[in-house]
Design a binder for this molecule. Structure first.
Ligand code: CA
Ligand code: CA
Ligand code: CA
Length: 328
């Protein structure tokens, strides 16, 4: 699987299952990357991971706290409702404490400064013996433990997140989860940033119907996504394409590309599904057909490697024309 989940909140919509809100700025805090971030205060904030559960994961969150803290959990890993481990910011010492189950296993030496972005990475392998728990902050090793990382009967992680206690004003961005399988993205994310590329001009194939017309991409270029302007089709096989904005100039490499659609099926009569398309050069790489929800929702396909072969590059990612084909 390699990279299994990413969100930089850039759609302006919460991609976690519960908790928190998406903000452009709040209390003077700006996102680490892009235009949006997660602003989390006094709630249970978690995401069930696709394709899980996982015995071993590498997780990244960019983390920022604003002014007053009462101290409390800042990140965790779970199986169902059971917290297998978590990180806690100590309000007195301002260092991160590492917990396995409910037992303090140690602390990270770095003092976490107020109103500063940090990239926190956690490597977890759940096991009674030979389990692994390692923490890095801004790429620097802070904590390492080998031993019993399995506090109860649960043998794997199926969700990330934590309960954020009252009186904490926390911010998160660039959340990435890798598992150790696959040829790429199988280790520490390493501080990656997540950028959103929006439709900026018409694509080479336009077989769906825009509302309002006559432009197509202008129905698809807003965020948060709105269905009040849209493209749709009732013909199986019809293809629609858009040209996307370029990556930010600071991008030096690309580790993964996620194809995102916000859509819905309007009936149970075909077409009710879609297949994302990556057009590179003159070749269309049609991805696996995906189900559509009944209410507007995100349909995503995470590509760890270039469908044309090899790893992603800035040039290859920028060359992608994004398409979609209506499917039965
Ligand atoms: Ca962001
Ligand atoms: Ca154990
Ligand atoms: Ca729209």
């Amino acid at each position: 699987m390699a990279m299994i989940f990413m969100t930089g909140a850039e759609w302006g919509i919460n991609e976690f299952d519960a908790g928190g809100s998406i903000v452009t700025s709040k209390n003077g805090v700006l996102p680490r990357t892009g235009a949006y971030m997660y602003g989390i205060t006094y709630c249970d904030w978690f995401k069930a991971l696709p394709g899980g559960p996982y015995q071993e994961l590498f997780c990244q969150v960019a983390f920022f706290y604003s002014d007053y803290i009462s101290g409390g959990s800042i990140f965790g890993w779970r199986c169902g409702g059971t917290q297998l481990g978590y990180l806690r910011l100590n309000s007195s010492t301002r260092v991160i404490e590492v917990y396995i189950g409910s037992t303090l296993a140690g602390t990270c030496p770095l003092v976490i400064l107020n109103r500063t972005w940090y990239v926190i990475e956690v490597h977890i392998k759940i096991a009674d013996a030979g389990g692994v728990l390692e923490i890095r902050i801004d790429g620097n090793p802070q904590f390492a433990f080998i031993g019993d990382t399995k506090p109860g009967s649960e043998t794997a992680i199926d969700r990330i997140g934590v309960y954020i206690a009252v009186n904490n004003d926390y911010y998160y961005d660039d959340v990435i989860v890798n598992d150790p399988s696959g040829e790429v993205n199988n280790s520490w994310p390493g501080g990656l940033k997540i950028a959103l590329r929006l439709p900026i001009s018409e694509g080479p194939i336009q077989q769906w119907t825009p509302t309002p017309g006559p432009g197509h991409y202008t129905a698809l270029d807003e965020r948060p996504p709105s269905g009040s302007d849209n493209v749709k089709t009732d013909v199986v096989g019809n293809i629609e394409m858009v040209q996307l904005s370029a990556l930010p100039a600071e991008a030096q490499s690309v580790r993964a590309v996620q194809l995102d659609f916000w859509g819905l099926k309007m009936s149970t009569v075909a077409p009710t599904r879609l297949a994302p398309i990556v057009r590179l050069g003159e070749v269309d790489y049609i991805q696996a057909t995906q189900d559509l929800p009944l209410a507007q929702g995100q349909v995503k396909t995470l590509l760890n490697t270039n469908p044309a072969g090899g790893n992603w590059s800035v040039a290859a990612a920028n060359a992608v024309i994004l398409g979609v084909q209506a499917k039965e």
